[in-house]
Structure formats: structure tokens, C-alpha cells
Design a protein around this ligand. Structure first.
Ligand code: PLP
Length: 391
């Protein structure tokens, strides 16, 4: 059976150039970057070079980047690191109600165990945070605002520039989780008023288990991983040289093609939406259709449970997701769709299509082709067909 992968927001395949760049560091150049001898020096040189190259892509300086084990660690580092470093200044954090769990759970932990107060910003039905709600939420004891650049479930792009400007004006640090934005829209820390920014390799055709946190100079951030002086004493642990080299090579391959990919993927997601809209009665599109990363289409199919849709598509060789990958296996509806005010039926019948570099019109057409039969079968099984038809 032909397999169609439409879950690129969960992870992407490794770019062949990234693999090529990694192989020497998994084979002959396997040194520890902290070792003094020749193998250590080789690893150190590769690490320094990768940091310089990533900094250039981000409009940053090499010394401002800390490599991490991925986006989750970068988010944890930003949230815990700032909250703990500035605990004597204040203990209030502002974040949105549609953040990835890496941010949400870090903030909740600080609230439950370290005496922090938390304000969760609402979003409208479009899935977008109103910058004015950030202004209203900031208090004298606010130490950090964290709002993601692009949402992983619905793809909406947040008004990062405006939110950053408000934080600047109020003298509050601003962190953005750019894991889903980097590689899809231009992300440069020299253009946008942010103080901390998280990215991850495996969302941009790099390897899993590598990411980075960028921090503006002089921003006070406590380490969260202890045990060595790696990463200029900001993050202990032997650096994943192969992963980091692959991460940066992938970024160098992806970023120059971003604009043309944006156009191509926007056309493809629109084609998918139009096709589904024409052939699946009652289907609803979630999130702002324009202010979004081009590859993401989130829909709800009333009368069909997300898990059943997902399994039925899987049986046809089509891989999609019902939302955040971390929510798979749990029956809880997505906190993002709930925050947007979707009814339980809509939140429980959501599907996320996230397209990627290898996705073609033929793939999209195959989804449009199989969906109507899947939907009518599920609606009849679940006895929802009649109820739905009566509405
Ligand atoms: N932040 C966002 C917006 C994400 O989509 C993800 C992954 O799904 C993460 C953070 C976590 O990144 P990682 O898988 O590298 O830990």
C-alpha cells in the first residue's frame, strides 16, 4: 500500500544532507567535545562551527545559543530558568491557553511547587492571542511572558512583534516557542523584540533529540540541567555533536526554500480544504485560514471521533494526527480547541493534516478521495449520522 505521511508537525523525515553531515560524527569523529586530544578537538571544532552557522540563520551571535535535547527542554529551560533567576523580582508569569504542553506544564509546575502566579491568556475562535490581552495581564511582579510563534495543532501565527513590543515597553522578558515557526516563516531575533526563543531539529528535517534555546545577552537564566560546565555552564551534559551538526545542516537546506515552499504548501492545504469541504458534509475548518503556517490544516468532522478517523485513515495508509502528538493515547480533547471555544463534538472530532516537503497533489487528492466513505461509515456506526442529519 502507498503510504502518505501528513503529520509533519509531529516530526519530519531526516534530510539526506543532514544525515550526510552527521555520519562522520557517528563514525570516525566520535570524540567528546570536552576532550583535549585530537578527537575532542575535532568534535569541538564541529560544535563551534555549527553554533556559528545557526546563529547566522537566526540573526544572532553564537554565544547566545545553548544547544538542548529538543524543543521541550528549550521551553523548560526558558520558563524555569527565568522564573528562578528572577524570583526575587516577582513571581508572575503570563502565557497563552494554546501553548504546547512543554510550556503549559512548566508554568503549572511553577505555580504548584514554586509559588508562582500564572495568567493564561484567552484566544478567540480564530486561535489568535490579542496583544492587548498581554498588556492587560502584565503586573508589577510579572517576570516573563511566553507566547508561541506558531501553534502546532492549528498552525495559527501569533502577533509576536506586537506582543514583544508591549513586553519591551513594560520591561518584561518575552519568550517565544518558535518550534513550529522556524523553517516555515522567517524567524530572526534581530527583527523581532524577543528575549528567549526555542527551536527543535526534528520539525525541520533534522534529527530527533536536538534543539536550541536562544537567549538575548545579559538575560538572567538559571540552568536546569546540572553536572558539568558544558555550553558555557548553561546546560550540563556531553553535547550531541552529530545531532547538532545535522540540525544546522537541515536548517541550511530548508531555510532558503521557505518562500517557495510556503506558496506550494498553501496551495496544497487550500486544495485539501476545498476538496473536503465539497465532499464531506458539515466539515469545519479550525483556526484562522490566513494567519497560519502554510502546511497546517485542522478540521473537525462532526459525528466522527478523532481517534476513529485517524485509525480509518491509517488503514488507508494515510498518517495524520488528531492534534498535538503528545496527546495521542489520551482521550482528552485538545486544550487548544477547547480554548478556542469549540463544542465538545467539534473538539472531539478534530483532525490535523500537516504537509511537508514531499507532499504532492496526488497525496492530497488521495485524502479527498477516501474521506467521504470513511466519514459516512463512522457516522452510521456511531449512530451520529441521523442526529447529525437532523441538525
Ligand atoms: N513546542 C512546540 C510548538 C511543538 O510543536 C513541539 C513538538 O511537538 C515542542 C515544543 C517540543 O519539541 P521536541 O519534540 O523537540 O521536544
Amino acid at each position: 500500500m502507498r503510504r502518505i505521511y501528513l503529520d509533519h508537525n509531529a516530526t519530519t523525515p531526516l534530510h539526506p544532507e543532514a544525515l550526510k553531515a552527521m555520519l562522520p560524527f557517528l563514525q570516525d569523529s566520535y570524540g567528546n567535545a570536552s576532550s583535549i586530544h585530537f578527537l575532542g578537538r575535532e568534535a569541538r571544532a564541529a560544535l563551534d562551527d555549527a553554533r556559528e552557522r545557526l546563529a547566522k540563520l537566526l540573526g544572532a551571535k553564537a554565544g547566545e545559543i545553548v544547544f538542548t535535547s529538543g524543543g521541550t527542554e528549550a521551553d523548560n529551560h526558558a520558563i524555569f530558568g527565568v522564573a528562578r533567576a528572577l524570583a526575587d523580582k516577582g513571581k508572575h508569569i503570563v502565557t497563552s491557553s494554546i501553548e504546547h504542553h512543554a510550556v503549559v506544564h512548566s508554568c503549572e509546575h511553577l505555580k504548584e511547587h514554586e509559588g508562582c502566579a500564572l495568567t493564561l491568556l484567552p484566544v478567540g475562535r480564530d486561535g489568535i492571542v490579542d496583544p492587548e490581552s498581554v498588556r492587560a495581564a502584565i503586573r508589577d511582579d510579572t517576570v516573563l511572558v511566553s507566547v508561541m510563534w506558531a501553534n502546532n495543532e492549528i498552525g495559527t501565527l501569533q502577533p509576536i512583534r506586537e506582543i514583544g513590543a508591549i513586553c519591551r515597553e513594560r520591561g518584561v522578558l518575552f519568550h517565544t516557542d518558535a518550534v513550529q515557526a522556524f523553517g516555515k516563516v522567517p524567524v530572526s531575533v534581530s527583527d523581532v523584540p524577543v528575549d528567549l526563543l526555542s527551536i527543535s531539529a526534528h520539525k525541520i528535517y533534522g534529527p530527533k533529540g536536538t534543539g536550541a534555546l536562544w537567549m538575548r545577552p545579559r538575560v538572567k537564566v538559571e540552568p536546569i540541567v546540572f553536572g558539568g560546565s558544558h555550553e558555557s555552564e548553561r546546560r550540563a551534559g556531553t553535547e550531541n555533536v552529530a545531532g547538532i551538526v545535522g540540525f544546522v545542516r537541515a536548517a541550511e537546506m530548508i531555510l532558503p526554500r521557505m518562500q517557495s515552499e510556503d506558496r506550494r504548501l498553501r496551495d496544497l492545504t487550500e486544495r485539501l480544504w476545498r476538496g473536503l469541504q465539497q465532499r464531506v458534509e458539515g466539515i469545519v475548518r479550525n483556526g484562522d485560514p490566513q494567519r497560519r503556517v502554510a502546511n497546517t490544516l485542522n478540521v473537525s468532522v462532526p459525528g466522527c471521533a478523532s481517534d476513529s478517523l485517524l485509525i480509518s485513515l491509517d488503514l488507508e495508509g494515510i498518517g495524520v494526527s488528531s492534534g498535538s502528538a503528545c496527546a495521542v493515547g489520551s482521550l482528552k480533547p485538545s486544550h487548544v480547541l477547547q480554548a478556542m471555544g469549540l463544542s465538545n463534538d467539534l473538539a472531539n472530532s478534530a483532525l490535523r493534516f500537516s504537509l511537508g516537503a514531499a507532499t504532492t497533489e496526488t497525496d492530497v487528492d488521495a485524502v479527498i478521495e477516501v474521506m467521504p466513505a470513511i466519514v459516512s461509515r463512522l457516522r452510521s456506526f456511531q449512530g451520529a449520522g441521523k442526529a447529525f442529519a437532523r441538525k
